[in-house]
Write a protein that binds this ligand. Sequence first.
Ligand code: 4NP
Length: 164
Amino acid sequence: MPTDPATPSVLFVCLGNICRSPAAEAVFNTHLAAQGLTGRFFVDSAGTINHHAGGPADGRMRDASDARGHALTSIARQVTPADFGRFNLVVAMDHSNLDDLMNAGADPDRTRLLGTFLPDHDHDVDTPQDVPDPYYGGAQGFETVLDMLEAAAPTVLSALQNDF
Ligand code: 4NP
């Protein structure tokens, strides 16, 4: 949980918190480190379900992330209503996650789809892309997730720095 209100905070959310959102957390932390901003933001991830809570991230996601230099160390947890008041920004991986968050009481002003941060997203015409769930698919799915997360990280940072 973010404890210092002066530290901007972001929570990445997917379904299980073992594939996409822990990778999003790790990729964003890598980006912060590359920008010399480690410790200046509070970064976390959570899932809309509790099925995997308390466990490590999926080994396939960990391996794919490690290969790109993203250390994926988070332990899964379920999102809670308290998160909605504490994080400056909540980033859902897909429309289903976003629906679940909204139904659970998320603040619409602070909750966005990851796809809105992709560099080629046109806010006037495009429906934001989902980060596809890689859980039941093959290895390429994990690479696609990482490609999207790496592409979006600089825009997520700008949004946090500029109060989106
Ligand atoms: P994630 O992937 O939402 O990216 O963590 C999944 C993890 C677990 C399940 C589905 C998707 N599951 O059905 O248990």
